[in-house]
Design a protein around this ligand. Structure first.
Ligand code: UDP
Length: 471
């Protein structure tokens, strides 16, 4: 247990389980292996059953406290999710100042860590004289965009999606404007103004840790790790993923026992992260496509949403049964070959299971790293946030993912789904992706050994934080 003189790290994860998970993994490395205690400061505005369950199951040495809600009723009802996140952070600064000041008095506060949305709070740690770092829970490509956005803004007058040429970030695969992060798709929206604001703030961090590793993004990481005036030092610390989940999901034994009965490498796991939702029509096409492919599958189904691709992000399960949206007779026809579960599966355990041979994923960064660590090649099906950028990286530079072609109406048709699934599981393209994934898996494991680049960077940072306390 943390003694009173144990160096302490205060961590501000932005709302959403997808943000909390990687920060918790960073905290566990600091607590279990480097002698720190960690406190999460969370936003009660966005609490969800999933988030509460997660926080309640934190191991010893990690604790959490929550910021009181702030009023957001002056925001337009159609304010984007990124806008709402940024307002909550900015409006929580006074209360957060009290909390950090108290922690500084009651503990040896060694560092304050935010993720990409927390930039407006760095000033508090600065005032208090506490080292203040950002954890980029995604990758070097996204960090590169963050650093490059102000320049892109100055030198581009049209919408990015109308650019004739792709955007070239230093050391990254060229990215078409329409594949850039969601808030960059409409420069007149307030969410874009916040993206620019966040980009500026990120340079105020004293250092930036990245949940990626050098071998995955060799050129982009090298460029970002070079010293440059005005840019904080950057350290790769990944891939930091969960060892497994203990959030008590109801589908655990059903999924794992079913997988154990399937042949090695035969099953395609289909899941769109903690929040991803498909349209009603797309959900039906996925069902028909999986059926047509004749492949074994394990599919996590959510209720469709025809308005938002992140409908379930804050753990909103809705009142409906998602199985009601599947085509008639689908469950009976696929009984021998597929397993459908509602809302949630123990993903890390599923990817670790030898029966799993492919992952149809929304390319959330945690899901991506979990796939890499377990050597499972992917079908990239991005939905929102930075997922389209991840999909480009995975299919075009890292070459561990295949991409289905999206129809002109934005829907991927069943024939195309069946084609790409068969190609991944049985075709030459799938074999190439699997071989490449096996190499990447080894590189990921190496990065985390005591001699590895990611392990050494975290040691260096942890050493700096402890040295700061000693003086
Ligand atoms: N996850 C899970 N079971 C599910 C869906 C998601 O365990 O059915 C976990 C997954 O293993 C990952 C996280 O939730 O750790 C999702 O994070 P990611 O960055 O992939 O996507 P996001 O949910 O943020 O879009």
């Amino acid at each position: 247990a943390a003694g009173t003189r144990t160096p302490h790290v205060a961590i501000l994860p932005s709302p959403g389980v997808g943000h909390l998970i990687p920060l918790a993994e960073l905290a566990k490395r600091l607590v279990f292996h480097r002698g720190f205690a960690a406190t999460f400061i969370t936003f009660s505005d966005f609490s969800s059953p999933a988030q509460d369950a997660f926080l309640n199951s934190l191991p010893p040495g990690l604790s959490s406290l929550s910021l009181p809600p702030v009023l957001l009723d002056d925001l337009p009802t159609d304010a984007r999710i990124e806008t709402r996140l940024c307002h909550v952070v900015a409006r929580s600064v006074p209360r957060l100042r009290d909390i950090l000041a108290t922690l500084k008095v009651t503990t040896p506060l060694a560092a304050y860590v935010i993720d990409i949305f927390g930039g407006d709070t760095l000033c508090i740690a600065k005032e208090l004289g506490v080292p203040h770092y950002m954890y980029c829970t995604t990758n070097f490509t996204v960090l590169s965009l963050l650093f490059y956005l102000p320049t892109l803004h100055r030198t581009t007058s049209c919408e990015y999606r109308d650019l004739a040429e792709p955007v070239v970030l230093p050391g990254c695969a060229p990215i078409r404007g329409e594949d850039l992060v969601n808030p960059m798709q409409d420069r007149t929206n307030e969410a874009y103004t916040w993206a620019l604001h966040i980009a500026g703030r990120s340079r105020e961090a004293e250092g930036i840790l990245v949940n990626s590793f050098v071998e995955m993004e060799p050129v982009a990481s090298r460029i970002l790790m070079e010293n440059e005036p005005g840019k904080p030092p950057v350290w790769p610390v990944g891939p930091l993923i969960r060892a497994g989940s203990n959030d008590g999901e109801e589908n655990r034994s059903e999924c794992l026992e079913w997988l154990d009965r399937q042949p090695s490498g035969s099953v395609l796991f289909v899941s769109f992260g903690s929040g991803g939702t498909l349209s009603t029509e797309q959900l039906r096409e996925v069902a028909f496509g999986l059926e047509m492919s004749g492949t074994q599958f394990l599919w996590v189904v959510r209720c469709p949403s025809d308005t938002e691709a992140y409908g379930a992000f804050f753990g909103d399960k809705g009142a409906d049964d998602p199985l009601n949206y599947l085509p008639e007779g689908f469950l009976e026809r696929t009984k021998g070959s597929g397993l459908v579960v509602r809302f949630w599966a123990p993903q890390v355990e599923v990817l670790r299971n030898g029966s799993t041979g492919g992952f149809l994923t929304h390319c959330g960064w945690n899901s991506t790293l979990e796939s890499v660590v377990h050597g499972v090649p992917m079908i990239a099906w991005p939905l929102y946030a930075e997922q389209r950028m991840n999909a480009v990286m995975l299919s075009e530079s890292v070459k561990v993912a295949m991409r289905p072609e999206v129809g002109k109406d934005g829907v991927v048709r069943r024939e195309e789904i069946s084609r790409v699934v068969k190609e991944l599981m049985e075709g030459e393209g799938g074999k190439a992706a699997r071989d490449r994934m096996a190499e990447l898996r080894e590189a990921a494991a190496r990065a985390l050994t005591e001699e590895g680049s990611s392990y050494k960077s975290l040691s260096e940072v942890a050493g700096k934080w402890k040295a700061g306390i000693a003086v």
